[in-house]
Design a binder for this molecule. Structure first.
Ligand SMILES: O=C(O)C1=C[C@@H](OP(=O)(O)O)[C@@H](O)[C@H](O)C1
Ligand SMILES: C=C(OP(=O)(O)O)C(=O)O
Length: 463
């Protein structure tokens, strides 16, 4: 894969021909490395576009979301070149920042279904002279955008619809003047942490910097905001986050960088889950000793579900227990679909809380997970802020993806333990992991662990 052209949406064949999810007839025994982190790649791309000199991203993600970000930044005036690197998942990227003085013609930016593109790029477009029109996939028009639009308007930036009205979602046009004064800004970021990250990422380039204040229900996915603050500090930006719900970004340069991108620990999740679903072992090398990625939570989540989890010499090893234990988890953020798939295979009930905002993700994930688990004979129930999933024997069937990469990978996990599962539109995994179907097949093919003769043909709660 390259970072130059956004992969097309799956064609109608992909939508109609279901992917037969590999069933694991023996415990998985595999070593897997996954491509670079979406959240880190797209943050560093934005920072590089605003930096005080050329930057390099080593081992970045190459997927639909990162390609959309690359293309958006190019359209706004950054130069992004692929250069050979050492990653098995594609070249490095060299970024020459955009020039704020350049005036460009009206630009059309495709956000696809990428939250990072639709939230992070509009504030950056405000710093360029010219109009930028933002739109995306059909479902992108349903994702919450009001907080970013209101924030830009609060900062004095015109954000309009084609007929001159005031938008509350995609599509809209940002009329950039090349300068944003900044200062104190109050937003309600309860719909997505990306509203906060988006404004912090550009805040140092506002003339007066930014004092961002959140009011309203709690901001979700705080780990992702902490990641934003960490990458900003790494690029020499002063950020004060010592008061809850306040972030103060000092005006100043963003230092150019040469940065290796960690592998995507959230996308490591389905592979680690395979160890639990099949009572096997999955090893992930190069697990970072220290990270801001929410996916580091796999170590505690999977242990609580009965797995043996160890991190030694940078290798995370997860071995599934005799059964998957249900458990209660709060605020699992983007890990929730993978956790839910494991809960559907568990032998005791689980409750997922603090994830009401998943209704505004790639699809309404709470509705999608409950519908798809129940379609297979499972017992899942939506609550006001999450899901309750009770043990039930699952049967063969089709898992619908709803254009959501994490719904597709959740279907793949179920398919390891339940024969006859198919996933509709597996191609949607290209959003963050185009290699997924091949990597999954290779993981199952590595399945060299001798079968336990006292057990059924495979592991998991379903056997
Ligand atoms: O900033 C980011 O990179 C992300 C923040 C989170 O968004 P929400 O706060 O909307 O959950 C997460 O779910 C998403 O996958 C990536
Ligand atoms: C919510 C997600 O993506 P996005 O960055 O589009 O919000 C996700 O990847 O789980």
């Amino acid at each position: 894969m390259t970072g130059s052209t956004p992969p097309a949406l799956p064609d109608s064949d992909n939508l109609t021909v279901n992917w037969p999810a590999p069933f694991a007839s023996r415990p998985i025994n595999a070593t897997v490395t996954v491509p670079g982190s979406k959240s880190l790649t797209n943050r560093f791309l934005v920072l590089a576009a605003l930096a005080d000199g050329p930057s390099r991203l080593r081992a970045p993600l190459h997927s639909r979301d990162s390609a959309l970000m690359v293309e958006a930044l190019r359209l706004l005036g950054a130069t992004i070149r692929e250069v050979p690197g050492d990653s098995a998942y594609g070249p490095d990227l060299e970024v020459t920042p955009l020039s704020p003085d350049a005036t460009s013609s009206r630009t059309h930016i495709d956000c696809g279904l990428a939250g990072t593109v639709m939230r992070f790029v509009p504030p950056l477009a405000a710093l360029r002279k010219g109009a930028s029109v933002f739109d995306g996939d059909p479902h992108a028009r349903k994702r919450p955008m009001g907080a970013i639009i209101d924030a830009l308007r609060g900062l004095g930036v015109a954000v309009t619809t084609d007929d001159g009205g005031t938008p509350s979602s995609l599509p809209f046009t940002v009329e950039g003047t090349g300068e944003v004064r900044g200062g104190h800004l109050v937003i309600d970021a309860s719909g997505s942490s990306q509203f906060v990250s988006a404004l912090l990422l550009v805040g140092a380039r506002f003339t007066e910097g930014l004092h961002l204040e959140h009011v309203g229900k709690p901001v979700p996915s705080l780990d992702h905001i902490n990641m934003t603050v960490a990458v900003l500090r790494g690029a020499g930006v002063s950020v004060d986050d010592s008061t809850p719900n306040h972030w103060v970004v000092a005006p100043g340069p963003i230092r150019a960088f040469d940065q290796r991108i960690e592998q995507d620990l959230s996308n490591a999740g389905p592979f680690l889950a395979a160890a639990l679903a099949t009572r096997g072992t999955v090893r992930i090398p190069n697990w970072p000793a220290k990270t801001t990625q929410v996916g580091d939570q796999w170590r505690s989540i999977l242990a609580e579900m009965g797995a043996d989890v160890s991190l030694a010499d940078g290798v995370l090893t997860v071995t599934g227990g005799p059964e998957i234990k249900g458990a209660d988890f709060d605020e699992t953020s983007e890990l929730a679909p993978t956790v839910a798939a494991l809960c559907a295979l568990a032998t005791s009930p689980s409750r997922l809380t603090g994830i009401a905002h998943l209704r505004g993700h790639e699809t309404d994930r709470l509705a999608a997970l409950a519908t798809e688990i129940n379609r297979l004979g499972g017992d899942a129930e939506e609550t006001s802020d999450g899901l309750v999933i009770r043990p039930a024997k699952l049967r063969a069937g089709v898992v619908h993806s709803y254009a959501d990469h994490r719904m597709a990978t959740a279907g793949a996990i179920l398919g390891l333990a339940v024969p006859g599962i198919e996933v509709q539109d597996i191609g949607t995994t290209a959003k963050t992991m185009p290699e997924f179907p091949q990597m999954w097949a290779e993981m199952v093919a590595q399945n060299a662990a001798p079968a336990d003769p006292t057990e059924g043909p495979s592991g998991g709660a379903q056997h």
